[in-house]
Design a protein around this ligand. Structure first.
Ligand SMILES: Cc1cc2nc3c(=O)[nH]c(=O)nc-3n(C[C@H](O)[C@H](O)[C@H](O)COP(=O)(O)O)c2cc1C
Length: 173
């Protein structure tokens, strides 16, 4: 069997279904648009990359409007959502939806990018590198500022295509 035979058998749906078994947190990656307004997208393709220097990576769909702003601004903030922030995740998963910001408490961080109130942690970065990754772009960020929220907050969890919490997943919720 050749590599292309193997690839031909992997449909997008099968691939997505399999990768959905890799449990992740959920973030809203924010930046500032050319008009000075906040922008953001829900993202779970986020990973810690290096300790020395401190680097993280975010994989953006090439069509993402937030990616456009991140490139232009050269900075972004990764807001790790709390389990009570599911609706934020839903709202920020809608392309360019300025209304997603309505009623959302936030303030500009050290890089000027929006830090969402109530997030379990926020990591602010400047763009260090950009690499192609198929239909996505891998943005590598140099960590400039970190902050953790209320230690009593649980994280929002994404698993097998749906939201859950640690409490629900352990049967306690
Ligand atoms: C749980 C979840 C995780 C997502 N993760 C990513 C991601 O890592 N990268 C990405 O580009 N889009 C991701 N998306 C999809 C974007 O949020 C969606 O395409 C959004 O409309 C992009 O908005 P924008 O074009 O305004 O940036 C995710 C959506 C959901 C619901």
């Amino acid at each position: 069997m050749t590599a292309s035979d193997i690839e031909a058998g992997i449909t997008a749906a099968k691939f997505r279904h399999a990768m959905g078994h890799f449990v992740t947190g959920v973030t809203v990656v924010t930046s500032v648009g050319a008009d000075g307004k906040p922008v953001g997208t829900t993202a779970n393709a986020v990973s810690s990359l290096s300790l020395e220097p401190p680097l993280i990576l975010v994989c953006f769909d090439r069509a993402s409007l937030t990616l456009e702003a991140v490139r232009a601004r050269g900075a972004f903030a990764v807001n790790m959502l709390a389990d009570c922030q599911r609706q934020l995740s839903v709202n920020f998963a809608r392309r360019g939806l300025a209304a997603a910001w309505e009623g959302v408490r936030h303030k500009a961080g050290a890089t000027g990018c929006p830090r969402l109130h109530g997030a379990v942690a926020v990591v602010e970065c400047t763009v260090e590198h950009e690499l192609p990754g198929g239909d996505h772009e891998i943005i590598i960020g140099r960590v400039r500022h970190v902050d953790t929220g209320d230690p009593g907050l649980g994280p929002l969890v994404y698993w097998r295509g749906g939201y859950t919490s640690l409490a629900e997943a352990s049967g306690a919720g």
